[in-house]
Design a protein around this ligand. Structure first.
Ligand code: ADP
Length: 587
């Protein structure tokens, strides 16, 4: 039997471990899938934002290219004046340019300028000629060069702009490079990043660039680079402040959640920066900022336009989606793993319970069978010893009678144990059925005391009964209630020294009747208390070996009292005594 029980224990333990491992694996796998889904959703959100941003950046690039294209048309139109008119003076220039309304229609465009090619050998005559209508005219900067390309006409011709007349852009490398390129290709050309002449004394001025368009002499052949070089008479140009140009083009599209940078060239270096939205520095402090770039090609120049956005360009629902996936995934993972564990444990418990029950049933029927088989011969022994003592087989000597009495008592004890075991198996299998009837409590107590009169007398103990009132009656099964009180009185006597007093006190409060059996015996220690009502649990004390017992008396008492809808409690002090109190309803 023991072996079988152990086997069940062994089977149950590894199963639980396996179940926990299985649930953990499911949890981890499900969490992994959740994180994967979350990561995918995040990547796809970023991709969507990046696609939208790229669309915006490309759109901005196209707007800049198209705007520069219209500026080039304006300059080409102005260059056409030199074909239409024999001489273009400042008045004609002013008339033409002011008609274009550049301040309002062409953001960033500062002025439209005409500069004229002057070879060194014509320089002095040129200066002298210019001084007739513009006293004090000079070519700046001073110094002798092979060729000069001083500014002759400018419109608007006011304020700082007027100072530009006579300035020779060709001596400055960035401008020269663009001018040479325009001359050689016959098409527009743009300088690299520079600061326009009127802005040169302003450290906070916007960076800018100049667009040059070549002007060739009328009717000259222009098919080869050399022909174009020979035919060149000047340049129409326009300075553009890049901040004004790009603010004018994109300003309204930029919100606090977006920004644009434009670099001269393809190297995104601060020194090449020609535009930066004021929103960028703030935007950079936020998490999840995404950037995308487009290259703007104008003539042979390249600019890089970089667009920035944060995640707020996606809708709130889109932005929350990855987080929702993650939360739902984690919850789902724990639910599924928890559910699985619950199902597996419940099933394991059920199987263990079933097996336990089977074993218990087998054990109970074995004990029951054994006890029944023992009871019949033991009862036979009792009868025959009784007959011997009563002289049915002839006279018995005093010594023989004393021995027979001992044998009779041992046999009685044996029968009591067998009966207790039978009661336990009945109680455990739910076959202990009460037959309740009104019971006169004091008569029952009296009978129990009489039963034990012999042993109590042997120990020279006294039993005092304190009655609540005469004629106290309870609704109980007399046989089992007798068994309970019998046990309590027997214990009180067994576990007390000789010449002590046992008190049985009955009380009634409302519908509850209590019977307390107190002794002045060895008592029970606090640590032994929890085992007191356990089946087959004997507790060692100084009298327990001499008293003998099975450890099932109190267990049975508790079962019986529970069946009576009552209870049994104990109060004890080691070395001073114990009080066992049973309570049960009076009706
Ligand atoms: P048994 O008396 O057969 O051992 P019980 O179930 O009646 O079994 O009691 C269990 C244990 O409780 C006893 O072994 C004993 O040590 C302790 N016990 C019971 N009643 C008393 C008592 N009145 N005083 C001290 N110890 C007691």
């Amino acid at each position: 039997m023991r072996k079988k029980l152990k086997l069940i224990g062994n089977l149950a333990t590894p199963s639980l471990k396996t179940y926990i491992t299985a649930a953990t694996v499911v949890l981890l796998a499900s969490l992994l899938v959740s994180f994967w889904t979350w990561n995918n959703a995040r990547t796809s959100l970023k991709r969507d934002i990046a696609t939208t941003l790229q669309g915006g950046t490309d759109g901005a690039r196209d707007m800049v290219i198209s705007k520069i294209g219209t500026y080039a048309e304006v300059l080409n139109g102005a260059a056409g004046l030199f074909k239409a008119l024999p001489t273009v003076n400042q008045q004609a220039w002013t008339n033409y340019v002011s008609h274009l309304n550049i301040q309002n229609r062409y953001p960033g465009l500062q002025a439209i300028v005409y500069s004229e090619v002057v070879p060194d050998n014509e320089r002095d005559a040129y200066i002298a000629g210019r001084q007739t209508d513009r006293p004090g005219f000079s070519i700046r900067p001073e110094g002798q060069r092979d060729v000069y390309v001083p500014v002759r006409l400018i419109e608007p011709n006011v304020g700082e702009n007027a100072q530009v007349i006579g300035f020779d852009p060709y001596q400055e490398p960035a401008r020269k490079k663009a001018m040479d390129q325009a001359r050689d290709t016959g098409a527009l050309s743009i300088t690299s990043r520079l600061v326009l002449v009127p802005d040169q004394n302003n450290p906070k001025a916007s960076p800018g660039f100049i667009i040059f368009v070549p002007v060739y002499s009328n009717n000259a052949p222009l098919d080869t680079v050399n022909e174009r070089r020979a035919a060149l008479i000047g340049f129409v140009s326009a300075g553009v402040r890049s901040y004004e140009l790009i603010d004018g083009l994109l300003g309204s599209a930029i919100t606090e959640n977006s920004a644009v940078q434009v670099f001269d060239g393809t190297n995104q270096d601060a020194k090449n920066l020609i535009y930066e939205s004021p929103t960028l520095s703030n935007l950079r402090k936020q998490p999840g900022i995404i950037s995308s770039s487009s290259v703007i090609t104008v003539g042979s120049n390249r600019w890089t336009l970089v667009g920035y956005v944060n995640q707020s360009i996606a809708s709130k629902a889109q932005r929350n989606q990855p987080r929702l996936f993650l939360i739902a995934g984690i919850l789902f993972s724990f639910m599924i793993a928890g559910g699985l564990l619950f199902v597996m444990i419940t099933r394991a418990r059920h199987i263990a319970h079933e097996k336990n029950r089977e074993v218990q049933e087998a054990k109970d029927s074995l004990i029951s069978l054994a006890s029944h088989q023992l009871r019949t011969p033991a009862t036979g022994v009792k009868q025959f010893i009784g007959m011997l003592m009563d002289g049915y087989a002839g006279d018995v000597s005093k010594e023989q009678k004393r021995m027979l009495q001992k044998a009779y008592q041992s046999n009685e004890r044996q029968l009591e144990i067998i009966n207790q075991i039978l009661h336990v198996t009945r109680a455990d299998s739910g076959r202990l059925v009460l037959r309740k009837e009104p019971v006169d409590l004091h008569s029952l107590i009296r009978r129990v005391i009489d039963e034990h009169a012999g042993s109590i007398k042997d120990r020279q103990q006294r039993v005092i009964v304190s009655k609540a009132r005469a004629g106290l009656s309870v609704q109980a099964d007399p046989q089992y209630l007798t068994m309970v009180l019998d046990n309590l009185l027997s214990n009180a006597s067994k576990y007390s020294h000789p010449r002590t007093t046992i008190r049985i006190t009955t009380k009634q409060s409302g519908d509850t009747i209590t019977i307390a059996v107190s002794d002045a015996g060895v008592g029970i220690s606090d640590e032994d208390m929890p085992r007191l009502f356990q089946k087959f649990s004997r507790i060692d004390n100084e009298l327990s070996i001499e008293a003998g017992g099975t450890g099932i008396g109190l267990y049975l008492c508790e079962q019986v009292m529970t069946l009576h809808d009552g209870s049994i409690t104990v109060k004890s002090t080691e070395g001073e005594g114990s009080t066992f109190t049973v309570s049960l309803p009076s009706k």
